[in-house]
Every structure is written in C-alpha cells, then in structure tokens.
Design a protein around this ligand. Structure first.
Ligand SMILES: Nc1ncnc2c1ncn2[C@@H]1O[C@H](COP(=O)(O)OP(=O)(O)OP(=O)(O)O)[C@@H](O)[C@H]1O
Length: 313
C-alpha cells in the first residue's frame, strides 16, 4: 500500500443556501503519513474532513485523490468506499456486540464473502485490543472502548486515507496514549488526517500539520516550523496573585510561590523582568491565531478577507 496523493483546489463549501461558508477557497496538498488538523471551534475542520470522506458535496472546487477528481457523485461513492472515517459522534448500535457491529459494518463496506469478513473483523478487533470483550454489547463499553470500536470500523476496508475527527476528546491520559500509538501504527503507508484541539497529540504523532481558521488554511507544513511563528516572542511574566493579568495572548498560567507565571506572546519584552523562552508548537499556534485575529481586526468591514488563504510562511 502507498499513501494517496490528496490535492484540494479552490474548495468552497456552503450551508443554508450559501448563508454559511465554512470553507472558502481552500488550497491544500496532503502529504503521506500522519497529518494533524488544528483550528479553533467552528474553523471548518469537520467540514473539510466530511468532504474528504465523500459524505459532503462541495459548492465549488476540486478534490483529487491520486489524480482522480472526487467531485462527481460516482467518484464520491468510490471515495466513501475506500476512505476510512471516524466522525466526532459515531452512532454505534448499543444492543449489538462489538463483533456483531463490525460484521454489519464490514457488510456495508462491501466485504460480502463471509469467511473474508469474519477474518477481517477479528483482525480489526485485535488491532484495537477489543478481542477479549468483543461479545459484550456496545452499550456496556466505556468512552475509550467505544472510540476504539469506532476506529476498528473505520479501518475495516483497509483505507489508504484515514480521517479521524477528534478521537481523543474526553479520554483519560492512558486511553489517549493508547489511541495515539494506535494511530501511529495505522499511519504506516497511508495518510491519516487527525483533527484535534490537543496540540500535544499532534506534536507527538504528526510530522506535518494543517491549521484552519475561519474556513481558510492559515498554515500547512512541518510541525516543527509552526513553532517558529513565535520565535523570540515567548515570555514568562510573574505577577503577584490578585493583580491584573497581562493583556496579551496567554499560552499557560502556572501558579508559583511568587504569584502566577504567565506564558505570553509579545513581539517586544512585555516587562523589564520578563524572561524570554524557547517557542513550542503550542506557542507558534497561539501566535499564528493572534496574528490572524489582529490582521482581520485591522481590515475595514467592507474589505472582508480579500485573500481567503493566509499563508503566513
Ligand atoms: N449543517 C450545518 N448547517 C449550518 N452551519 C453549519 C453546519 N455544519 C457546520 N456549520 C457551521 O460551519 C462552521 C464550521 O463548522 P465545523 O463543524 O466544520 O467546524 P470545526 O472546525 O470542526 O469545529 P469544532 O472544532 O468545534 O468541531 C461553523 O460555523 C458551524 O456552525
């Protein structure tokens, strides 16, 4: 298996007859392996994933996988059959056992041969470490187990493009780690697009990242380079408890014996005793979001977003 070449050109998606535009002229090229998808709430990440999974029809634009345009209904159907998709809220049938559910999903995905289906179901259950509990009804599963069952159904057809929408939200640290390593195992020769709000999940698993903000691509490239957006701009400022916090983009607040230490982004030294520290990916992400917000606020309302794709680097 080889990772597919996924290219998105001038993709625009609209809802409610054009009143809502969650994606606006997006241009993107996905490399193989794990690709992180970051962005604030409502940025358009799920919408992008739904287009790639073939479940949502774009208003405009071209999505090609291995050079084949997915915009036609027939090709979208083919995409649905070859991509794996784990949506944020996957409806599991609570009264089915995991084994019955996988069998049903495998049938829906076109694995009609009974022996092949049984063997594939056992493989994916093993992959997500649910073999021992596969005869339990899904309604008895914990949140983490349900998420793993969701992952198992997403890989039943051995997809070359795997799309995973916030799989670690609400999981305890141990389940999160387990999920991360499962994703890393699956990445191998395929493309895995992983959306999450947890920057650390992406830092730990994805060599490349795409940042979406307001329906546009704000950044695409190596994860390490995202940190560079905050180079020379990350400061630790300590203030006594009870004083006004700095009016600056703040990455973290840490209580210390001397007061609260704020990790802030500022182009210039914010206080005489502020300590300059090395930028992390999270700092870079916050700096990027702040730069976009500042640029947007400076624009007159009638000239709203003339260039949909802000390529900062
Ligand atoms: N079916 C719909 N009808 C109308 N508007 C929608 C619909 N689905 C999404 N939207 C809007 O489109 C925008 C993008 O939504 P989307 O779910 O893609 O964002 P997201 O980046 O995945 O957000 P989150 O991180 O909160 O999951 C939001 O403003 C959302 O309210």
């Amino acid at each position: 298996m080889t990772a597919p070449g996924v290219t998105i050109t001038d993709l625009t998606v609209t809802y409610r007859g054009g009143q809502v535009r969650p994606l606006d002229r997006v241009n993107l090229s996905l490399p193989g392996g794990m690709v992180g998808l970051l962005g604030p709430n409502g940025a358009g990440k799920t919408t992008l994933m739904r287009v790639l999974a073939g479940v949502l029809h774009p208003a405009k634009g071209i999505v090609t996988v291995d050079g084949s345009d997915l915009t036609s209904r027939e090709r979208r159907q083919r995409m649905k059959a070859t991509a794996g998709y784990l949506p944020q809220e996957l409806g599991l049938y609570p009264d089915l056992t995991a084994r019955q559910f996988m069998d049903y999903m495998a049938l829906l995905k076109g694995i009609t041969d009974r022996t092949a289906r049984r063997s594939r179901v056992e493989e994916v259950l093993e992959l997500v470490a649910l073999s021992d509990v596969a005869n339990r009804k899904l309604k008895t599963y914990s949140g983490g187990m349900k998420r793993r069952a969701g992952m198992a159904q997403a890989v039943l057809n051995d997809p070359r493009l795997l799309i995973v929408d916030e799989p670690t939200a609400g999981l305890d640290p141990e389940e999160r780690l387990r999920f991360r390593s499962l994703l890393a195992t699956l990445a191998g020769e395929r493309t895995v697009l992983l959306s999450t709000h947890i920057v650390d999940d992406i830092v730990q698993t994805c060599p490349n990242v795409v940042v979406i903000e307001h329906g546009s691509v704000a950044y695409q490239g190596a994860i390490g380079d995202l940190a560079a957006h905050a180079d020379g701009m990350v400061w630790l400022v300590t203030q006594p408890v009870g004083t006004q916090p700095p009016d600056l983009p703040t990455v973290t607040i840490t209580p210390t014996p001397a007061g609260n230490t704020y990790r802030v982004i500022d182009a210039t030294r914010p206080a005489s005793d502020a300590q300059l520290v090395e930028a992390t990916v999270e700092d870079g992400y916050i700096a990027l979001m702040h730069a976009i917000e500042t640029t947007a606020n400076r624009q007159p309302p009638q000239a709203h977003r003339p260039d949909a794709n802000i390529h900062i680097r």
